[in-house]
Design a protein around this ligand. Structure first.
Ligand code: F6R
Length: 240
Protein backbone atom coordinates (compact mmCIF):
# COMPACT_ATOMS: atom_id res chain seq x y z
CA UNK A 1 0.00 0.00 0.00
CA UNK A 2 1.55 3.24 -1.17
CA UNK A 3 0.44 6.15 1.04
CA UNK A 4 0.99 9.69 -0.20
CA UNK A 5 0.44 12.52 2.28
CA UNK A 6 -0.39 15.93 0.87
CA UNK A 7 -1.23 19.27 2.49
CA UNK A 8 -4.75 19.84 1.26
CA UNK A 9 -7.58 18.88 -1.08
CA UNK A 10 -6.09 20.88 -3.94
CA UNK A 11 -2.78 18.97 -3.80
CA UNK A 12 -4.65 15.69 -3.38
CA UNK A 13 -6.64 16.41 -6.54
CA UNK A 14 -3.52 17.36 -8.51
CA UNK A 15 -1.62 14.28 -7.35
CA UNK A 16 -4.56 12.03 -8.26
CA UNK A 17 -4.88 13.65 -11.70
CA UNK A 18 -1.18 13.02 -12.37
CA UNK A 19 -1.72 9.30 -11.75
CA UNK A 20 -4.91 9.00 -13.82
CA UNK A 21 -3.56 11.34 -16.52
CA UNK A 22 -0.38 9.30 -16.87
CA UNK A 23 -2.44 6.15 -17.28
CA UNK A 24 -4.57 7.73 -20.02
CA UNK A 25 -1.43 8.93 -21.83
CA UNK A 26 0.24 5.53 -21.79
CA UNK A 27 -2.98 3.57 -22.36
CA UNK A 28 -5.58 5.65 -24.23
CA UNK A 29 -7.98 2.70 -24.23
CA UNK A 30 -8.04 2.49 -20.44
CA UNK A 31 -10.95 1.15 -18.46
CA UNK A 32 -11.59 3.36 -15.44
CA UNK A 33 -13.64 2.54 -12.37
CA UNK A 34 -15.08 5.81 -11.06
CA UNK A 35 -16.55 7.09 -7.83
CA UNK A 36 -18.92 9.93 -6.96
CA UNK A 37 -19.03 12.01 -3.75
CA UNK A 38 -16.88 14.98 -2.76
CA UNK A 39 -13.50 13.25 -2.80
CA UNK A 40 -12.98 12.87 -6.59
CA UNK A 41 -14.52 16.18 -7.75
CA UNK A 42 -11.13 17.98 -7.78
CA UNK A 43 -9.57 15.04 -9.65
CA UNK A 44 -12.29 15.29 -12.29
CA UNK A 45 -11.77 19.06 -12.57
CA UNK A 46 -8.07 18.52 -13.21
CA UNK A 47 -8.77 15.81 -15.78
CA UNK A 48 -11.12 18.22 -17.58
CA UNK A 49 -8.31 20.83 -17.62
CA UNK A 50 -5.87 18.25 -19.02
CA UNK A 51 -8.40 17.34 -21.70
CA UNK A 52 -8.90 21.00 -22.64
CA UNK A 53 -5.09 21.40 -22.88
CA UNK A 54 -5.02 18.44 -25.30
CA UNK A 55 -2.94 16.38 -22.85
CA UNK A 56 -5.43 13.52 -22.58
CA UNK A 57 -8.49 12.21 -24.38
CA UNK A 58 -11.41 10.06 -23.25
CA UNK A 59 -12.32 9.08 -26.80
CA UNK A 60 -11.35 5.43 -26.29
CA UNK A 61 -11.84 5.28 -22.51
CA UNK A 62 -14.52 3.09 -20.96
CA UNK A 63 -15.85 3.94 -17.49
CA UNK A 64 -17.59 1.85 -14.85
CA UNK A 65 -19.09 3.58 -11.82
CA UNK A 66 -19.18 2.05 -8.39
CA UNK A 67 -22.78 2.65 -7.51
CA UNK A 68 -26.15 4.32 -8.00
CA UNK A 69 -28.96 5.25 -5.63
CA UNK A 70 -32.18 3.28 -5.83
CA UNK A 71 -35.43 5.22 -6.05
CA UNK A 72 -34.04 8.28 -7.83
CA UNK A 73 -34.72 8.66 -11.53
CA UNK A 74 -31.56 9.02 -13.66
CA UNK A 75 -32.53 12.64 -14.36
CA UNK A 76 -32.63 13.58 -10.65
CA UNK A 77 -29.79 15.99 -9.96
CA UNK A 78 -28.42 13.80 -7.14
CA UNK A 79 -28.44 10.55 -9.12
CA UNK A 80 -24.90 9.35 -9.71
CA UNK A 81 -25.67 9.33 -13.43
CA UNK A 82 -26.32 13.10 -13.24
CA UNK A 83 -23.36 13.66 -10.91
CA UNK A 84 -20.95 12.01 -13.33
CA UNK A 85 -22.26 13.91 -16.33
CA UNK A 86 -22.17 17.22 -14.48
CA UNK A 87 -18.71 16.74 -12.97
CA UNK A 88 -16.86 14.95 -15.77
CA UNK A 89 -18.58 13.34 -18.77
CA UNK A 90 -20.25 16.49 -20.16
CA UNK A 91 -16.88 18.25 -20.34
CA UNK A 92 -14.72 15.66 -22.10
CA UNK A 93 -14.84 13.67 -25.35
CA UNK A 94 -16.15 10.43 -23.85
CA UNK A 95 -18.71 8.56 -25.90
CA UNK A 96 -22.03 7.86 -24.12
CA UNK A 97 -21.80 4.18 -25.15
CA UNK A 98 -18.57 3.83 -23.15
CA UNK A 99 -20.15 5.08 -19.91
CA UNK A 100 -21.43 2.44 -17.51
CA UNK A 101 -23.27 2.86 -14.23
CA UNK A 102 -25.37 0.27 -12.45
CA UNK A 103 -29.03 0.88 -13.26
CA UNK A 104 -31.59 1.22 -10.51
CA UNK A 105 -34.42 1.64 -12.99
CA UNK A 106 -37.24 -0.81 -13.54
CA UNK A 107 -38.89 -3.30 -11.19
CA UNK A 108 -36.36 -6.12 -11.27
CA UNK A 109 -33.32 -4.79 -9.44
CA UNK A 110 -31.89 -8.28 -8.92
CA UNK A 111 -31.72 -8.60 -12.69
CA UNK A 112 -29.96 -5.22 -12.90
CA UNK A 113 -27.35 -6.49 -10.41
CA UNK A 114 -26.71 -9.58 -12.53
CA UNK A 115 -26.44 -7.50 -15.70
CA UNK A 116 -23.93 -5.10 -14.16
CA UNK A 117 -21.98 -7.91 -12.58
CA UNK A 118 -21.65 -9.71 -15.92
CA UNK A 119 -20.37 -6.47 -17.43
CA UNK A 120 -17.82 -6.09 -14.63
CA UNK A 121 -16.56 -9.62 -15.17
CA UNK A 122 -15.55 -8.58 -18.67
CA UNK A 123 -14.48 -5.05 -17.80
CA UNK A 124 -10.80 -5.54 -16.83
CA UNK A 125 -10.64 -2.25 -14.96
CA UNK A 126 -7.16 -0.71 -15.13
CA UNK A 127 -7.67 1.77 -12.31
CA UNK A 128 -10.45 2.10 -9.77
CA UNK A 129 -10.96 5.46 -8.04
CA UNK A 130 -12.34 5.16 -4.50
CA UNK A 131 -13.40 7.43 -1.69
CA UNK A 132 -13.99 6.08 1.81
CA UNK A 133 -17.04 6.43 4.04
CA UNK A 134 -16.46 7.70 7.57
CA UNK A 135 -17.51 4.16 8.61
CA UNK A 136 -14.98 2.57 6.25
CA UNK A 137 -17.36 1.76 3.41
CA UNK A 138 -16.07 1.49 -0.16
CA UNK A 139 -18.61 1.80 -2.92
CA UNK A 140 -21.68 1.26 -0.76
CA UNK A 141 -20.28 -1.85 0.87
CA UNK A 142 -21.19 -1.06 4.44
CA UNK A 143 -19.46 -2.56 7.53
CA UNK A 144 -20.10 -6.31 7.78
CA UNK A 145 -20.23 -6.91 4.00
CA UNK A 146 -18.44 -10.07 2.90
CA UNK A 147 -15.17 -9.57 1.02
CA UNK A 148 -16.61 -12.09 -1.49
CA UNK A 149 -19.66 -9.93 -2.25
CA UNK A 150 -20.36 -9.01 -5.89
CA UNK A 151 -22.84 -6.41 -7.25
CA UNK A 152 -25.88 -6.18 -4.98
CA UNK A 153 -28.64 -4.03 -3.54
CA UNK A 154 -27.66 -2.62 -0.18
CA UNK A 155 -29.62 -0.92 2.56
CA UNK A 156 -27.62 2.15 3.49
CA UNK A 157 -26.70 2.61 7.13
CA UNK A 158 -28.08 5.62 9.01
CA UNK A 159 -24.50 6.92 9.27
CA UNK A 160 -24.10 6.92 5.48
CA UNK A 161 -27.51 8.52 4.95
CA UNK A 162 -26.63 11.24 7.49
CA UNK A 163 -23.24 11.77 5.77
CA UNK A 164 -24.97 12.18 2.40
CA UNK A 165 -27.78 14.38 3.70
CA UNK A 166 -25.76 17.45 2.68
CA UNK A 167 -26.75 16.82 -0.94
CA UNK A 168 -30.50 16.71 -0.19
CA UNK A 169 -33.09 18.98 1.44
CA UNK A 170 -33.80 16.58 4.31
CA UNK A 171 -32.87 13.12 5.60
CA UNK A 172 -36.22 11.75 4.31
CA UNK A 173 -35.09 12.53 0.76
CA UNK A 174 -31.84 10.55 1.04
CA UNK A 175 -32.40 7.18 -0.62
CA UNK A 176 -32.43 4.18 1.71
CA UNK A 177 -31.03 1.71 -0.83
CA UNK A 178 -28.32 1.67 -3.44
CA UNK A 179 -27.02 -0.73 -6.09
CA UNK A 180 -23.26 -1.13 -5.73
CA UNK A 181 -20.28 -3.04 -7.03
CA UNK A 182 -19.32 -5.58 -4.39
CA UNK A 183 -15.95 -5.69 -2.66
CA UNK A 184 -14.91 -8.61 -4.86
CA UNK A 185 -15.59 -6.55 -8.01
CA UNK A 186 -13.60 -3.62 -6.62
CA UNK A 187 -10.64 -5.86 -5.79
CA UNK A 188 -10.49 -7.10 -9.39
CA UNK A 189 -9.20 -3.72 -10.62
CA UNK A 190 -5.52 -3.83 -11.57
CA UNK A 191 -4.81 -0.65 -9.65
CA UNK A 192 -6.72 1.18 -6.92
CA UNK A 193 -6.48 4.89 -6.16
CA UNK A 194 -8.16 5.98 -2.93
CA UNK A 195 -8.68 9.65 -2.08
CA UNK A 196 -9.17 10.74 1.53
CA UNK A 197 -9.71 14.35 2.52
CA UNK A 198 -11.02 16.27 5.51
CA UNK A 199 -11.18 15.96 9.28
CA UNK A 200 -14.37 13.85 9.20
CA UNK A 201 -12.23 10.98 7.82
CA UNK A 202 -9.64 10.98 10.63
CA UNK A 203 -10.91 7.92 12.44
CA UNK A 204 -11.34 6.03 9.14
CA UNK A 205 -7.72 6.86 8.24
CA UNK A 206 -6.52 5.65 11.63
CA UNK A 207 -8.38 2.38 11.28
CA UNK A 208 -7.25 1.87 7.69
CA UNK A 209 -3.58 2.52 8.43
CA UNK A 210 -3.64 0.28 11.52
CA UNK A 211 -3.34 -2.63 9.10
CA UNK A 212 -6.08 -4.72 10.75
CA UNK A 213 -8.12 -6.54 8.12
CA UNK A 214 -11.77 -7.08 9.00
CA UNK A 215 -15.14 -7.20 7.25
CA UNK A 216 -16.31 -4.76 9.93
CA UNK A 217 -14.18 -2.16 8.19
CA UNK A 218 -14.62 -2.75 4.45
CA UNK A 219 -11.72 -0.54 3.25
CA UNK A 220 -9.28 -2.76 5.17
CA UNK A 221 -9.60 -5.29 2.33
CA UNK A 222 -7.28 -3.02 0.34
CA UNK A 223 -4.36 -4.41 2.35
CA UNK A 224 -4.87 -7.61 0.33
CA UNK A 225 -4.48 -5.82 -3.03
CA UNK A 226 -1.01 -5.52 -4.52
CA UNK A 227 -1.35 -2.15 -6.27
CA UNK A 228 -3.03 0.45 -4.06
CA UNK A 229 -2.21 4.14 -3.76
CA UNK A 230 -3.91 6.17 -1.06
CA UNK A 231 -3.66 9.95 -1.11
CA UNK A 232 -4.46 11.54 2.25
CA UNK A 233 -4.49 15.24 3.11
CA UNK A 234 -3.30 16.74 6.40
CA UNK A 235 -6.83 17.30 7.70
CA UNK A 236 -7.71 13.62 7.26
CA UNK A 237 -4.39 12.54 8.77
CA UNK A 238 -4.96 14.54 11.95
CA UNK A 239 -2.45 13.79 14.70
CA UNK A 240 -1.71 10.26 13.55
C1 F6R B 1 -19.24 7.03 -4.14
C2 F6R B 1 -19.03 5.95 -3.18
C3 F6R B 1 -18.79 6.20 -1.74
C4 F6R B 1 -17.97 7.47 -1.44
C5 F6R B 1 -17.82 7.66 0.06
C6 F6R B 1 -17.07 8.93 0.38
O1 F6R B 1 -19.45 6.53 -5.44
O2 F6R B 1 -19.12 4.84 -3.56
O3 F6R B 1 -18.13 5.10 -1.19
O4 F6R B 1 -16.72 7.36 -2.04
O5 F6R B 1 -19.06 7.69 0.65
O6 F6R B 1 -17.84 10.02 -0.01
P1 F6R B 1 -17.25 11.49 -0.03
O7 F6R B 1 -16.18 11.50 -1.09
O8 F6R B 1 -18.40 12.37 -0.40
O9 F6R B 1 -16.70 11.75 1.33
Amino acid sequence: MNVIRVKDYESLSLEAAKIVGELLKTKPKSHLGLATGSSPIGLYQNLIKMFKNNEISFKHVKTYNLDEYCGLPKEHKESYYSFMHRNLFDHVDISEKNIHLPSSEGKNLEKNCKTYNRLLHKANIDLQVLGIGSNGHIGFNEPGTSFEQETFIVKLTEKTRQDNKRFFNSIEEVPAYSITMGIKNIMQAKQILMLISGASKQSAVKQLLSGNISEDFPASVLHKHENVTIIIDDAAYGDL
